[in-house]
Design a protein around this ligand. Structure first.
Ligand code: SF4
Length: 497
């Protein structure tokens, strides 16, 4: 009998990428094989994000396209998992009558049983950890946590990833309740994993060849775990992970400014394999807006923290997020945000147009009063400012040597390599170079891509045997997003060659 197949598409943040890796493992354990398209699959799952309306709209459009398939092949199981499932709950069945399965992010360990139930009983199934934990007692909630923990620990290294970089969860949920954010409602309260479990998982990944791990948490620096009458904070957890000597690089995302602990900077300064990179969203440069967002810090406090970061780690790369067009944001508030971006000199910045999320405090209590065209203008202006900052920063590295963990062929190279041999010469430019690039060198079919410890993307020509290695690359030119260079030497060869 031909094995059944699955198609899994992931939307949203790194937390969802990690959850999808775990789901992928469960589906393979069920004997299912991956399908290239949803049309070829017996099980189609969308791991969804609710942070912005746009992300939900995309999923609804994907689901709409599957209606004909469900009529033609009713045995296909169609499911929505993740934050959108938790937010919209059974309402999704009303909007998508051909949907079979709804599963929140806290219940993904139950997916194999849920899928079997649909197959055997032709039932619609719903598993929502959020609603369950609200109405069950602490003991039952503990059992759910144990199941999720077991799922993380059961991860087969290498599965769903490239074998170089992996995510390790240190924390679930969030209790900050920033007024615009849906996450506390979809992922529940903040719970930290036992430090031993985090270290065991990281060590297992390192032993099987992973060179870099990223510790994940919604507010990763808020990590706190009670152990033997003592509390383990994030700084101590980082040190314990750094003790795994076979790991070349350790990163962590996302940091929450109001919970910062100076000890983390000490550990970053003293532990050489912790990358000098900090993703620490400010969200706005206006105190008035920060207060309305309930972020718990002022602009001055945030700037002091950035100065402290540079005092401990002078070359630290800072990355941020900004929301433009939040309720009541005036032109002056926006100017203050532009000013903050110029002042901090982020390595990279993610800019989002505010979109109200049902159920959040901002949606209940504030008017979404910034017109859409104003949001678009502010969004574009902030991106322009950041692009100037990024270009200046990348160009300042020309002539220096950076260490690059080589991930594989660049997108341009992959495109060229998929062409006929006669056409696979060189082409002008690279998709990773924006229009602001000075004169990007032509991409070739040998172009490799990787990242520096500062999370900068670097491309250069090289032998495929470099994939998986750490190479010293001299930077010869730069665009706002990419460093272009030449390999000087191999610092540490690939572990798979
Ligand atoms: S800290 Fe704020 S923005 Fe981040 S996940 Fe928690 S509520 Fe959302």
């Amino acid at each position: 009998m031909t094995p059944r197949t699955y198609f899994l598409e992931t939307f949203g943040c790194q937390m969802n990428v990690l959850d999808s890796e775990l789901v992928d493992g469960q589906l393979r354990d069920m004997g299912l094989r991956p399908a290239a398209t949803p049309e070829q699959a017996d099980v189609v799952l969308f791991n969804t994000c609710s942070v912005r309306q746009h992300a939900e709209d995309k999923v609804m459009s994907r689901l709409g396209r599957l209606k004909r398939q469900k009529t033609r092949r009713p045995e296909t199981v169609i499911g929505v998992i993740g934050c959108m499932a938790e937010r919209q709950k059974e309402d999704l069945f009303v909007h998508v009558p051909h949907l079979d399965l709804i599963c929140g992010p806290g219940e993904i360990h139950r997916l194999p049983a849920l899928i079997e139930r649909v197959w055997q009983h032709h039932d619609r199934v719903v598993a929502l950890a959020g609603s369950q934990s609200r109405r069950t007692d602490v003991l039952q909630r503990g059992l759910i946590e144990d199941d999720l923990e077991a799922l993380d620990l059961s991860r087969r290294p290498g599965q769903g990833g490239g074998g170089l970089q992996a995510y390790v969860r240190v924390q679930r949920g969030c209790d900050k309740f920033c007024t615009y954010c849906i996450v506390p409602l979809t992922r529940g309260p903040e719970r930290s994993r036992p430090p031993d479990h985090v270290v065991t998982e990281a060590r297992r990944l390192a032993d099987s060849g992973f060179r870099e791990i990223t510790l994940l948490g919604q507010t990763v620096n808020s990590y706190l775990y009670g152990e033997d009458g003592r509390t383990v904070r994030f700084a101590q957890l980082l040190e314990r992970v750094h003790d795994i000597e076979s790991l070349d690089r350790i990163r962590f995302v996302t940091s929450f400014p109001a919970d910062w602990d100076e000890d983390i900077f000490r550990v970053m300064r003293d532990c050489p394999r912790i990358c000098p990179y900090l993703h620490i969203p400010a969200q706005s440069g206006s105190d008035r807006i920060l207060k309305a967002m309930k972020r718990g810090y002022t602009v001055a406090e945030y700037l002091d923290l950035m100065d402290l970061a540079r005092k401990y780690c002078p070359d630290i790369a800072l990355a941020g997020d900004m929301i433009v067009g939040f309720c009541g944001e005036t032109e002056d508030d926006f100017r203050a945000t532009v000013e903050l971006v110029r002042r901090v000199q982020y390595k990279s910045l993610f800019v989002f147009k505010y979109s109200p999320r049902p159920g959040t405090a901002a949606d209940r209590n504030r008017e979404d009063d910034v017109p859409y065209d104003v949001k678009v203008r502010r969004n574009n202006e902030l991106l322009r400012v950041q692009s100037e900052v990024s270009l200046r920063h990348r160009r300042s590295l020309i002539g220096s040597t950076v260490q690059v963990l080589v991930e594989g062929f660049s997108k341009s190279a992959r495109k060229l390599r998929s062409m006929e041999p006669s056409a696979a010469g060189s082409t002008q430019g690279s998709e990773s170079s924006p229009r602001t690039a000075p004169t990007p060198p032509p991409a070739t079919a040998r172009q490799l891509v990787g990242r520096t410890p500062h999370d900068l993307i670097a491309v250069f020509d090289g032998d495929p045997s470099l994939i998986g290695a750490i190479a010293a690359v001299q930077v010869e030119s730069a665009s706002a997003l990419t460093l272009f260079g030449r390999v000087q030497s191999v610092v540490s060869p690939s572990r798979s060659h």
